[in-house]
Write a protein that binds this ligand. Structure first.
Ligand SMILES: Nc1nc2c(ncn2[C@@H]2O[C@H](COP(=O)(O)OP(=O)(O)OP(=O)(O)O)[C@@H](O)[C@H]2O)c(=O)[nH]1
Ligand SMILES: [Mg+2]
Length: 350
């Protein structure tokens, strides 16, 4: 899966204006009648809920709209170049890549069907009919069409979610996601079963919540260990993190520290509201040193839940607290589920 790509977009060039004179039997020295060139087409991005990532772009580097056609005699305007419409996943952010300095956000395509023009077509040139004046009634000049706007842009998919489940490999993230949502990720007793972020919808009383599972994070993920930490991009626009730890891990206390470090090393994720959930409470070996774990985690100052994603123990309490905290986090960013209504931005009038 590809979540970040740079492409070059180019609007079509405008067609040239035409130089032409009316010649008819009854009027052999008729005036200039060269038409204007057509405008070039624009490149427009549109967000589609059917796409999950950017791999469909393939290796294609440049995306250009059609050129406008040249004008012709009889004051005929050249045909306008067609727009090139490129579909991208919902929640794609579009940045400019300036020669120097900061990338700036061009568009944030967060609702299905939302459109963003990213490269304008050039205007068509003027035909010689436009240049006729009292002094020069037979102008031999027409103007050229303008080139279309051309620029590199960066596409980055950053889903907007309510809750992200993060944790070490094999801690039960997929089991929890399938317990609380309709997603059915693969579950297996080895690390890195989940290799891509997975989204699920959790049904709520008043509204539904988008929950994501992020692939397992190991110590050093920020420097590429394990599957790396690139997937935390999926947590950038979440409202709540659930730290899911494996209660049967002999190092469960250190696991929390490791996870904290990895989260802290990714942009400003450290500031997100969070809940800690210690999983696999159904296992007898966990019970053995549960008191020790509880004592340690109680000092952390974040809500801690002791759950079994497998048996369902305390899962309802966890989700209740989670939805409460999501609502407390305020209106924040709208998730996909709440904004299925397409927003079509009308094209500017010429
Ligand atoms: N006993 C017990 N086993 C669990 C529980 N939750 C998950 N497991 C088991 O732990 C193993 C890993 O579960 P997954 O849900 O695949 O864990 P994960 O965190 O998604 O793992 P990765 O995607 O590989 O990082 C599986 O064998 C699960 O059956 C639980 O609450 N109790
Ligand atoms: Mg998994």
């Amino acid at each position: 899966m590809i979540y970040k790509r740079e492409i070059v977009v180019r609007g079509g060039s405008g067609g040239d204006g035409s130089v032409s004179f009316r010649r008819e039997k009854h009027d052999p020295f008729g005036g200039p009648d060269g038409g204007d060139g057509g405008d070039g087409g624009n490149v427009v991005l549109v967000s589609s809920p059917d796409l999950a990532d950017l791999s469909f772009l393939g290796r294609r580097k440049e995306f250009a709209a059609q050129n406008g056609r040249r004008g012709s005699g009889g004051r005929k305007k050249g045909k306008r170049g067609e727009d090139l419409v490129v579909a991208v996943p919902v929640s794609t952010m579009v940045f400019t890549r300036p020669e120097s300095g900061q990338e700036t956000l061009l568009a944030d395509l967060r609702t299905p069907g939302q459109k963003a023009p990213v490269a304008r077509g050039g205007r068509g040139g003027l035909g010689n009919a436009r240049f006729a004046t009292a002094v020069n009634q037979a102008p031999e000049i027409a103007s050229k069409g303008e080139p279309g706007e051309k620029r590199p842009i960066i596409l980055e998919v950053k889903p907007i979610t309510d809750i992200c489940i993060v944790g070490p490999p094999n801690s039960g993230k997929s089991t929890l996601l399938s317990a609380i949502s309709r997603a059915r990720p693969e579950i297996a007793d080895y690390p890195f079963t989940t290799r891509e972020p997975i989204l699920g919808v959790m049904l709520g009383d008043k509204r539904d919540f988008i929950v994501a599972e992020i692939p397992g994070l190991v110590a050093g993920a920020h420097s590429g260990k394990g599957l790396g930490n690139e997937f935390l991009r999926h947590a950038e626009r979440t409202r709540l993190l659930i730290y899911l730890l494996d209660g049967s891990s002999p190092t469960v206390i250190d696991d929390l520290g490791t996870l904290d470090k990895e989260i802290a090393s990714y942009k400003d994720l450290a500031h997100k509201p969070k809940i800690v959930a210690v999983n696999k409470m159904d296992l007898p070996e966990v019970q053995a040193y549960l008191r020790q774990i509880k004592e340690h985690f109680a000092r952390r100052g974040v809500p801690v839940f002791y759950i079994s994603a497998l048996s369902g123990q305390a899962v309802l309490e966890l989700t209740r607290k989670a939805t409460e905290m999501v609502e407390e986090a305020g209106p924040g960013e709208e998730t996909i589920s709440q904004s299925q209504i397409a927003i079509f931005r009308p094209k500017p009038r010429k």
